[in-house]
Design a protein around this ligand. Structure first.
Ligand code: AP5
Length: 225
């Protein structure tokens, strides 16, 4: 059985999953598989997947389980993800969690940990209302909490920063409701399997990162012993 790092990031919208993933993939040299990014790219490229996903995403609803599960199991089976992965945004429902467990078991792999970043609803709303994303690099900013050096421009290459379509107030409220109903039960699901690690996402990005990195480093050491 493989002893690579097979990690999942879960948490409400705006918890900082993407922000932390950028740092953790660097720390541990892991391929990053983010369902939201995959789906947004599919919409931009007008693929069949994008056409299926768009109406759900625009409303803040989840894309059907079978549609997203197929995409993710295929990504996990690719050569890139063979030596470990950081999965962000999947699973988001109990059927997705069961499908992932079955897919990993069939490949004789197992999860190392599920990292839950917790943030209350009011903070989610504040963060998502001010979030801006580079159209080219995908780097995420916040107009007040993490502003770019030059307003509206990415620090990396000067590309334009835009607001995501689903970061409008009414869609944020819907996404939060969907999170509480569909995704929150996964905390119990993974707790029962001894995989859940909780982190306080209200701390600064650096503090959250330090805590998660230390936990993963320990898990990796334990795995190697
Ligand atoms: P997805 O793209 O996965 O969105 P999400 O889970 O709602 O998460 P976000 O990307 O909004 O937030 P994040 O936690 O990454 O926060 P970030 O780091 O950007 O999914 C979008 C849609 O796709 C779904 O609604 C659904 O329709 C569909 N979908 C995806 N997966 C699916 C699945 N498995 N099944 C079905 N449908 C699926 O940070 C947010 C802001 O806060 C930024 O501005 C950042 O600068 C700031 N910030 C971050 N950390 C901190 C901090 N510690 N302190 C202060 N500010 C911070």
């Amino acid at each position: 059985m493989s002893s690579k790092l097979n990690l999942i990031l879960i948490g409400p919208p705006g918890a900082g999953k993407g922000t932390q993933a950028e740092r953790l993939t660097d720390d541990f040299n892991l391929p990053y598989i983010a369902t939201g990014n995959i789906l947004r790219a599919a919409i931009r490229d007008e693929t069949e997947l994008g056409t299926k996903a768009k109406s759900y995403m625009d409303k803040g609803e989840l894309v059907p389980d079978d549609v997203i599960t197929e995409v993710i199991l295929e990504a996990l089976g690719s050569a890139d993800a063979r030596d470990g992965f950081l999965l962000d945004g999947f699973p988001r429902t109990l059927p997705q969690a069961d499908a992932l467990a079955a897919g990993l078991e069939a490949a004789d792999r197992r999860l190392t940990a599920v990292i839950l970043i917790d943030v209350p609803d009011e903070e989610v709303t504040r963060r998502l209302s001010g979030r801006r994303v580079s159209v080219k690099t995908g780097r995420v900013y916040h107009v007040e909490l993490d502003p770019p050096k030059h307003e509206g421009r990415c620090d990396i290459d000067g590309s334009r920063l835009v607001q995501r379509d689903d970061d409008k107030p009414e869609t944020i409220a819907k996404r939060l409701a969907v999170y509480h109903a569909e995704t929150e039960p996964l905390a119990d699901y993974y707790e029962r399997r001894g995989l859940l690690r909780r982190f306080d996402g209200t701390r600064s990005p650096t503090e959250v990162h330090d805590h998660i990195r230390a936990t993963i480093a320990t898990l990796r050491l334990e795995d190697e012993l």
